[in-house]
Every structure is written in C-alpha cells, then in structure tokens.
Design a protein around this ligand. Structure first.
Ligand SMILES: [Fe+2]
Length: 164
C-alpha cells in the first residue's frame, strides 16, 4: 500500500505494478525463513541487537541476502524483469536499470514502512534512504512525512474495520 501511495504521488505509470512490487519485494525473507529455519533465526536474533541493517547481517552470516534470493526465485517464476529488478535492488536502488523508478518507489516505500515500525522493523532506524532514489522520483522530506501520516490513517482505518 505504501508503494502504491508513493507511486501515485510521483505519477508512476502503473500503480498495480508498484503494489505488486511492494508486496513481493521481501519474498526472499519468506523463502529463507522456510528453507533455512535455524540459520535464519540466528539472523533475526542478530538483527535484534539493533546495530546492523537486516541485509548486512544476512551477508555476514549467510554470505548472501534476501534481495538476491528473492530476485532469483522471481526470475525462475518468470516474473517481469522490472519486478525481478525491484526485488533484487530494493536496498540499493542505484543498481536498477530496467525500471529505476519502480525500484526507487519500492525502496522509499520500504523505508517509510520501516520508519513506521511495520515489519520486523528492529533495524528500522538503520535504514538509509537513498538520496538518488529521492532525486529520481523528485521527492522531498515533506512528501515522505505526508505519506507517513496518510498511511497511518489508512492502517488505523483498517484496524477499526478488522474486528474479526
Ligand atoms: Fe528487504
């Protein structure tokens, strides 16, 4: 939802693609958690210390991170290249070539969610927003703050209606 909101703000051409990219961007975490349960638990434990970003801990313990795993799987699933790329580079959006805007949107949306404490989130304060992604999308801090405020309203509304 954050990716779609950011996409709308920057007049990205396809909001559904942004939504899908946002939904799938961390698919590598799901795969690693299922396939390497004990080792991945060690990663999560190490992240909870709070002094290192999630993907750096993965690199240190596993030798690879969830972004590369997710992109490999997305590629095997024959997802469109722009989605594979957004999954691969959502923590390093400068590397994107096929659709840098889409990767930048996912990166910013991820950072916004981390700042809001959504997700595992213990490394949220360590999440560095790429200046290049902000520039590429023509975003400034005011827009990010407004997005956080709008998303907070959306999530509060959802919780109100999610009574089951
Ligand atoms: Fe990630």
């Amino acid at each position: 939802m954050a990716a779609r909101l950011i996409a709308r703000k920057v007049r990205f051409s396809n909001l559904d693609v942004a939504y899908t990219a946002g939904l799938l961007h961390d698919i590598g975490k799901v795969i690693l958690n299922r396939s390497m349960k004990d080792t991945y638990h060690e990663v999560v434990e190490r992240v909870s210390v709070g002094d290192m970003p999630f993907n750096q801990v993965e690199l240190e313990i596993l030798g690879f991170d969830h972004a590369i795993v997710g992109s490999r799987v997305a590629s095997k699933w024959h997802l469109p290249e722009q989605l594979v790329e957004a999954i691969a580079w959502h923590h390093d959006p400068r590397q994107a070539q096929t659709n840098p805007q889409l990767t930048a949107i996912v990166h910013i949306a991820d950072a916004v969610c981390m700042a809001m404490g959504i997700g595992i989130g213990v490394d949220g304060m360590l999440y560095a927003i790429s200046d290049g992604a902000m520039e590429l999308l023509g975003l400034d801090e005011m827009v990010i703050e407004k997005s956080i405020s709008e998303l907070t309203d959306v999530f509060c509304d959802q919780q109100v209606f999610n009574l089951g």
